[in-house]
Design a protein around this ligand. Structure first.
Ligand SMILES: O=P(O)(O)OC[C@H]1O[C@H](O[C@H]2O[C@H](CO)[C@@H](O)[C@H](O)[C@H]2O)[C@H](O)[C@@H](O)[C@@H]1O
Length: 356
């Protein structure tokens, strides 16, 4: 089959034609006759034919629409309801073609990791625990804890979260893991090993420690400024803050976002990112979950190694930084947890924490 043959096919007009092409792509890519390295290219080629290219990046917006853009972005990260389109229901939809289920690809993933050291990186909220209305009650199941314990017996395992380490540790309660809290700005190693040093020897890195007083100051201001908005909650994640919108009536979202914007205007050394019905405020330093992943690999002795296979599982926009690092390094796999199609740099998908 040549590219020419594919390109002349009727594009995206008939779902029957699309389904046939999707099936064809799946069967070609699942064929043992092909080198595995060819699979992503075949998927991309068919994706192009079916008009499944990733959504275009948004055009740069003017300052005045900043707040609306934040809100759009939060909505896109966590839609209230999964729309029942054919895209979501088809067992082989365009979405699953581009980003197949990690469960279906498990044999392949295992095969790709042969002879390499697997290192696992796991986001917390929405990955290990289901999304719930109250951030203080985002518990994970006993089964998940037992699975993590087992995982850590076999591979170095890290939790990479937007939460502060103390909070995420209070949910996970496993001393044998690495923890990268505050979006990777607070990294600690396992605390169950005997250490020769005294004090808090498990701290590996805190690249934003100078921002601590500023973050606390902004936390107090935000708590005060947002207390009149019913349902609003500000969470102190040590080196960053979260302003929660999940329990706020949507008609008050703009007002709440405007409050956040006004406060941030006074703090140019802080920046804002959007998550699942949450605005996250953090230092402007060039540090994110991707950098934390690289730091941890380096700490484990795999800085320039070809013999490592990092597996990163996450559900949020902030996890994309880690997926990008894996793509750039050409190592391991990024797995996005999502029930709905999203623009992502992950290779594979899982639907929810149960599948994780
Ligand atoms: O990096 P993560 O571990 O995914 O942390 C990102 C944010 O997760 C939490 O908020 C999210 O989960 C809450 C509980 O399910 C939910 O109520 C909220 O709407 C979600 O955005 C956490 O509370 C935030 O501080 C983190 O920034």
């Amino acid at each position: 089959m040549t590219n020419k043959n594919i390109v002349v096919a009727p594009i995206g007009k008939s779902s029957r034609v699309n389904n046939t092409l999707v099936e064809l792509a799946m069967s070609i890519s699942n064929s043992n006759a092909l080198p595995r390295a060819a699979v992503p290219r075949i998927m991309a080629l068919f994706g192009g034919v079916l008009g499944l290219g990733l959504p275009q990046k948004k055009l740069l917006i003017k300052d005045g629409t900043k707040v609306n853009t934040w809100i759009d972005s939060m909505r896109a990260s966590s839609p209230t309801r999964v729309k029942s389109t054919q895209q979501n229901q088809d067992p082989i939809s365009p979405w699953t073609l581009y980003h197949p289920s990690a469960l279906n690809m498990l044999d392949q993933i295992v095969c790709d990791s042969k002879g390499k050291q697997i290192v696992t990186f796991l986001d917390y909220d929405g990955t290990l625990s289901p999304i719930v209305a109250d951030p203080d009650k985002a518990y994970m199941t006993k089964k998940m804890r037992a699975t993590l314990k087992d995982l850590a017996r076999h591979f170095p395992t890290a939790i990479v979260s937007g939460r502060c380490i103390d909070k995420v540790y209070s949910f996970v309660r496993l001393a044998e893991l690495y923890y990268a809290g505050s979006h990777g700005m607070d990294i600690k190693g396992p605390t169950n090993r005997r250490s020769t040093k005294k004090g808090n020897e498990e701290v590996l890195l805190q690249p934003a420690s100078e921002f601590l007083p500023m973050i606390n100051e902004v936390y107090n201001i935000l708590v005060e400024k947002t207390k009149s908005v019913p349902g609003a909650k500000v969470e102190n994640n040590k080196f960053c803050l979260s302003v929660h919108f999940r329990c706020v009536d949507e008609k008050n979202w703009v007002a709440l976002a405007e409050q956040v914007s006004l406060v941030l205007d006074e703090y140019p050394k802080l920046r804002l990112t959007q998550g699942r019905k949450v605005l996250e405020i953090r230092p402007t330093i060039k540090w994110d979950k991707g950098k934390a992943l690289e730091f941890l690999l380096e700490s484990l002795g795999y800085a320039n190694s070809d013999n490592v296979f990092p597996v990163y599982i996450g559900d949020d926009r902030t996890d994309e930084d880690a997926f990008k690092v894996l793509r750039r390094r050409g190592q391991g796999v990024g797995i996005l947890v999502s029930k709905i199609p999203k623009e992502t740099n992950a290779s594979y998908t899982l639907k929810d924490p149960t599948e994780v």
